[in-house]
Design a protein around this ligand. Structure first.
Ligand SMILES: Cc1cc2nc3c(=O)[nH]c(=O)nc-3n(C[C@H](O)[C@H](O)[C@H](O)COP(=O)(O)OP(=O)(O)OC[C@H]3O[C@@H](n4cnc5c(N)ncnc54)[C@H](O)[C@@H]3O)c2cc1C
Length: 391
C-alpha cells in the first residue's frame, strides 16, 4: 500500500487528501498539521471578526474524526520540521509531548500555506497590533474589536485582507483608516479603471479614510500598547492596528534541500503539482501557479487556487493521466477569488450582461462596464478582463 504524507491540513492539504482517497481508497494518507485546527476556511474570518456571525466553529468544515471515518489520518499539533528527500522521510515534532519522530512516505504533498508578513517597524510586537491570517488571529482580533473603548482602527495594507478587515471594522461602527503604500488599492489584481471605482466607494464610506502612497514609520506605544501610528505624512491615534501587508510561503524548512522556488520562497510546481524533487508535490499558498497570460510562475495565494489544484489526481489514481490539474471545464472560475464577488456585491456596481460569448466559451461580456466579464459557470462572479485569474 502506497503512503502519502500531507504537510498542512487546511484548504490545499485536505482537498488533496480527500481527492486522493476518493480516487484510490487503497492509499494510506497521513496529514500533519501544526495547529489544533484543520479544514477551516479563512475566507470567513473577516466576517467573523466583523460580527456578521458569532460562532467561529462555522468556519471549520470537518473535524479529524470525520476524516478518520474516510480512512484519512489527521494528526493535529504535529509540525514537520525537516525532510530527507533521499530517504523519503519527514521529521515530525509532536507539539503536545515534545517528542520527535521520523515518518516515511512514497509521495509527500507540501501544503503548508503562508504566514502574515510582520514588518520590522518599531513596537510591532505591541499587544494591540494584530494580523488576520490564522484562526486564532481572528479570535483575538474580534475580542479586541468588540470592546466599546476600542474605537479607532488603523489598517496597514489595502489588499484583499486589509479591505475586508475595513469592512468588518465598519460593520462594528469603528472609525477606520486604511494606510496603503502604493497609489492604488489591490494594485496586483485590478486595473486602474476598476480600482478607481473601488476607491471612490471607499472614499464615500462614512468613517473610513483611505490614505494612499503613505508608509508607516513607527508605532508609538505606551505601556506595551500602540497609541499612535506615525507615517511619512502624519501621526494618527489608534486603539487597534491590523497589519495586512501580505504573506510569505511557509517553506523555511525546505530551504537548502534543492527545491526550485520563487524569490519569496514559493515552491515552483508544474501543471501536475510536482516540484523538481522526485516524489514531492506542492499546492496552495506555499506554491506558485502558472500564469497563462504572463507565461510564468507567479504567486497568487488564494483559496480557490489551493482547493482546485488537484495534485492528488496524479497520485496513483486509476485514472492517472486522464485527469489534469486545472480542468478545462472551468479555467476561470477555478481561480476566481470570492473577494471579487464580495466587492461588486458590496458596492452594488451596475453590471448587466449581454451575449454572445466572447474570448472564451466560459465568459459573457458586460454591456455596461467595458472590460468586465462574467463567468458562465458561476454567474455571480464578475471579473475584470485584466485580472490575473484568466489562466
Ligand atoms: C482573512 C482571509 C480572508 C481570505 N479570503 C479569501 C477569499 O475571499 N477568497 C480566496 O480565494 N482566498 C481567500 N483567502 C486566502 C485563503 O484562505 C488561502 O489562500 C488558503 O487558506 C490557502 O490554503 P493552504 O491550504 O495553501 O494554506 P493554509 O490555509 O495557510 O494552511 C496551511 C496549513 O499548514 C500548516 N503548516 C504550516 N507549516 C507546517 C508544518 N511545517 N508542519 C505542519 N503543518 C504546517 C499551517 O498551520 C496551516 O494550518 C483569505 C485568507 C485570509 C487570511
Amino acid at each position: 500500500m502506497k503512503k502519502i504524507i500531507i504537510i498542512g491540513g487546511v484548504a490545499a492539504g485536505m482537498s488533496a487528501a480527500a481527492k486522493a482517497k476518493r480516487l484510490n481508497p487503497e492509499l494510506e494518507i497521513v496529514v500533519y498539521e501544526k495547529t489544533d485546527i484543520v479544514s477551516w476556511g479563512a475566507c470567513g474570518l473577516p466576517y467573523y471578526v466583523g460580527d456578521f456571525y458569532q460562532d467561529a466553529n462555522i468556519m471549520i468544515a470537518r473535524e479529524p474524526e470525520q476524516f478518520a471515518k474516510d480512512g484519512i489520518v489527521v494528526k493535529s499539533l504535529h509540525e514537520v520540521i525537516d525532510i530527507d528527500i533521499t530517504k523519503k522521510e519527514v521529521l515530525v515534532l509532536n507539539k503536545k509531548t515534545g517528542e520527535k519522530f521520523y515518518d516515511s512516505y512514497d509521495e509527500v504533498i507540501v501544503t503548508t500555506g503562508a504566514s502574515a508578513i510582520r514588518p520590522n517597524i518599531k513596537n510591532i510586537d505591541s499587544e494591540n497590533i494584530f494580523n488576520l491570517k490564522d484562526f486564532r488571529d481572528g479570535i483575538e482580533l474580534k475580542k479586541a474589536m468588540l470592546k466599546e473603548e476600542n474605537k479607532k482602527v488603523i489598517i496597514i495594507g489595502a489588499g484583499y485582507i486589509g479591505l475586508e478587515a475595513g469592512e468588518a471594522a465598519r460593520h462594528l461602527n469603528k472609525e477606520v483608516k486604511i494606510i496603503q503604500l502604493s497609489s492604488r488599492v489591490l494594485p496586483g489584481s485590478f486595473d486602474k479603471e476598476i480600482t478607481d471605482l473601488m476607491e471612490e466607494e471607499l472614499n464615500n464610506t462614512e468613517n473610513l479614510d483611505l490614505h494612499l502612497e503613505e508608509s508607516v514609520e513607527e508605532f508609538i506605544a505606551k505601556d506595551g500598547k500602540v497609541v499612535r501610528v506615525k507615517t511619512n505624512k502624519g501621526e494618527y491615534p489608534a486603539d487597534i492596528v491590523i497589519v495586512a501587508i501580505g504573506v510569505k510561503p511557509n517553506t523555511e524548512f525546505l530551504k537548502d534541500k534543492g527545491f526550485n522556488m520563487l524569490r519569496n520562497g514559493a515552491l515552483i510546481i508544474d501543471s501536475k503539482g510536482r516540484t523538481n524533487v522526485e516524489g514531492v508535490y506542492a499546492a496552495g499558498d506555499c506554491a506558485s501557479v502558472y500564469h497563462k497570460v504572463r507565461k510564468e510562475n507567479v504567486y497568487i495565494p488564494l483559496a480557490t487556487t489551493a482547493n482546485k489544484i488537484q495534485i492528488a489526481a496524479k497520485l496513483n489514481s486509476p485514472l492517472k493521466e486522464n485527469i489534469i490539474l486545472n480542468p478545462p471545464r472551468s479555467p476561470l472560475s477555478a481561480v476566481t477569488p470570492l473577494a471579487i464577488q464580495d466587492f461588486f456585491t458590496y458596492f452594488s456596481l451596475p453590471i448587466t450582461v449581454k451575449p454572445p460569448l466572447i474570448e472564451s466559451p466560459f465568459l459573457i461580456q458586460s454591456s455596461t462596464s467595458p472590460g468586465i466579464y462574467i463567468s458562465v459557470q458561476e454567474p455571480n462572479l464578475i471579473i475584470p478582463y485584466s485580472s490575473p485569474f484568466f489562466t
